[in-house]
Design a protein around this ligand. Structure first.
Ligand code: ZN
Length: 154
């Protein structure tokens, strides 16, 4: 394939944000729209995209090597780019969670399991990087299959 000229150019402004979300293809356009247009990040953020998204920050006992990698990538990006803000997004019907054993969470209800992991990530981040501003979101769809994203507090 010959080289392809794109309309995109190199982002020269410093980034302040790292976003972590799932790789599920059904949500990519929505995540992009949310980060760029609703949160006004204007394509200027670091991004980790992997199955289960921020769940990798909570796997210490079940999949310690995955947890190690998730934290390694997070620390690298935050330190290398002096990031100030972290955006973690979970989503409805996440296939990664269907693979996880139920004993890892207090509830078997998918959204409650994901919110439990966001609380675990919040606690771990408060200890590890209290300087970071951390936001949590949950993406789902409505009856017409339009994506909605809610902020998750507490
Ligand atoms: Zn997913």
């Amino acid at each position: 394939m010959p080289s392809v000229q794109l309309s995109s150019s190199l982002q020269r402004a410093d980034a302040e944000v790292l976003a972590i979300h799932c790789s599920d293809h059904r949500f990519q356009a929505a995540f992009y729209e949310f980060l760029n247009l609703k949160l006004d990040l204007n394509e200027n953020y670091d991004l980790l995209v992997l199955p289960g998204g921020p769940q990798c920050l909570t796997l210490v006992e079940y999949l310690p090597k995955f947890s190690w990698a998730g934290w390694k990538w997070l620390r690298y990006q935050v330190e290398a780019h002096d990031l100030k803000r972290l955006i973690l997004i979970q989503h409805q019907d996440c296939g990664w969670y269907k693979e996880l054993p139920f004993h890892l969470h207090a509830s078997s209800e998918p959204r409650l399991r994901q919110e439990e992991d966001l609380r675990r990530a919040r606690a771990a981040l408060a200890k590890e990087r209290p300087d970071l501003r951390v936001e949590f979101y949950y993406a789902g769809w409505d009856a017409s299959e339009r994506i909605t994203i809610d902020e998750v507090s507490g």
